[in-house]
Design a binder for this molecule. Sequence first.
Ligand SMILES: [Zn+2]
Length: 311
Amino acid sequence: MTTAYLTHPDALRHQTPPGHPEQVARIEAISEALSAPEFASLLRIDAPLAQQAQLLLCHPEAYIDRIRKAIPAAGIYQLDADTHVSNGSFDAASRAVGGACHAIDLVMAGTARNAFVAMRPPGHHAETQTPMGFCLFGTVAIAARHAMERHGLTRVAVVDFDVHHGNGTQDLLWSEARSFFVSSHQMPLWPGSGRPEERGAHGNVLNVPLAPGTDGAGFRQIYEDAVLPQLDRFAPELVIVSAGFDAHRDDPLAQLSLVEQDFAWVTGALCDIAARHASGRLVSCLEGGYDLSALAASVAAHISVLMEKGA
Ligand SMILES: [Zn+2]
């Protein structure tokens, strides 16, 4: 089998103001890194637009309409202090969701063992009725619900190693007993949520705060002690990853000290969970990562392990 790679040129049509860290160049840096010969065997697929029914899995229709109506004909419109939309933003965010759902279909059908979705804007801060932190739609939460509703899964793990707490995913899956959501994140750090006491309505949320300065050894230890055993106990039928690479030591938005090899390590550990319980089925979606060269190198390391484990 193989690793699928889903993206679309619409990822470049979501414009943010000059100097904004969540920029078009992120996708360009990733595309450049993945043009190397070692990635030639990726199954490259255009990310489709989301169906309205997919967006409705996690957001009310009035919210979807509100985002659609906020899209300007030209220029950039500001939704909050950090979150902006331009003319191409709805399509870009829609394809992030559509790509994630299509990736679920591919791994469920056995067309690919695992998949990476390289779209922007990211999604894990978008709450039920609130765009937030660069995010419009809750991509991975929608993908998890899609796996449940379309494919009948009852145990879906969502693991978020972005340096920021996945508050949106937590909000969207808080009462969803068919999911187990794990977020590791720097604390203190924006958005401020993600304390261990936040456990979900059914004990289905695990928050793992990391102190500023945590390095790869500390990160691996916490995953080995706290995260991986609980994932094994949950025995997921599918693993979805919120893959943010802003815990890298070169990232400008946080103070953790991971390097590419640490992202490769956690990728391998999550693939091994998927192999033990889910026939290897894993779908990873790009979230943060704002130092362009660290992002490109980290995504390349992440996908190299997906390819090795998915072969
Ligand atoms: Zn982040």
